[in-house]
Every structure is written in structure tokens, then in C-alpha cells.
Ligand binder design. Structure first.
Ligand code: FES
Length: 113
């Protein structure tokens, strides 16, 4: 089973998940990475679930159009939308703390409150 390592607010959380797991769906039913993973819409519209892929990104499919629209230049920095990913291999992710997500001048449309 894939091992997910998730960094947030200086802490590291890890657990195994089933293959083809969506981490936002899991968090929605209060399973790891709940309650650490921030998300909102679950549909690629808000950008709240953006995470930086630290390891394992080579197993992920290319970003879809929702990720391209939401993340823009952040894609090149390794960010992906967790709600758009189905995890089938080990992966290590980091999600910025709330204060780090505010990027001056960054385009933010429909961001979660
Ligand atoms: S939860 Fe809204 S874009 Fe992923």
C-alpha cells in the first residue's frame, strides 16, 4: 500500500493508504490526512488543497487543466492540487501553513474562506 508522508506546520504525519486514494476524499471522511490537510471544494476550483510534492511526483499524471488554472507558476515549483490526485505510489507532500498561502500579487480566484 502506498505510504503518504505529509508535512504541515512543521509537523510530519504519515500513514498507509489504499491504492488509488484521493487524499481529499479521505479527509472528507475524517481519515488521514484529516485533520491536517486543508481543502474546500474537492473539485479543483478553490486551490485550498494545494500541496508541494517533495517525493514521488514521478508517479503522478501530468497536471490537469484545473491544476494548471489554479496553480499557474506554482506548478513549476512542484505544487499540485491534492483533490485532483489519486495516489497509487509512495508520496511525500508539504502543505503551506495558512500564512504562507497568501502570496502578494498572486492570482486567487474563488479561494476558500
Ligand atoms: S479542494 Fe478546492 S481545489 Fe482542491
Amino acid at each position: 500500500m502506498p505510504m503518504v508522508i505529509f508535512h504541515k506546520d512543521g509537523q510530519t504525519h504519515r500513514d498507509e493508504v489504499q491504492e488509488r486514494t484521493n487524499l481529499v476524499v479521505r479527509a472528507g471522511i475524517r481519515k488521514f490526512p484529516f485533520p491536517h490537510l486543508r481543502y474546500s471544494c474537492g473539485m479543483g476550483k478553490c486551490g485550498a488543497c494545494a500541496c508541494r510534492v517533495i517525493a514521488g511526483g514521478e508517479h503522478l499524471p501530468d497536471p490537469n487543466w484545473k491544476e494548471k488554472r489554479q496553480l499557474g507558476d506554482r506548478l513549476a515549483q512542484g505544487y499540485r492540487l491534492a483533490c485532483q490526485l489519486w495516489v497509487s505510489h509512495d508520496i511525500e507532500l508539504a502543505q503551506d501553513s495558512e500564512s504562507q498561502t497568501e502570496q502578494p500579487g498572486a492570482e486567487r480566484s474563488g479561494a476558500a474562506a
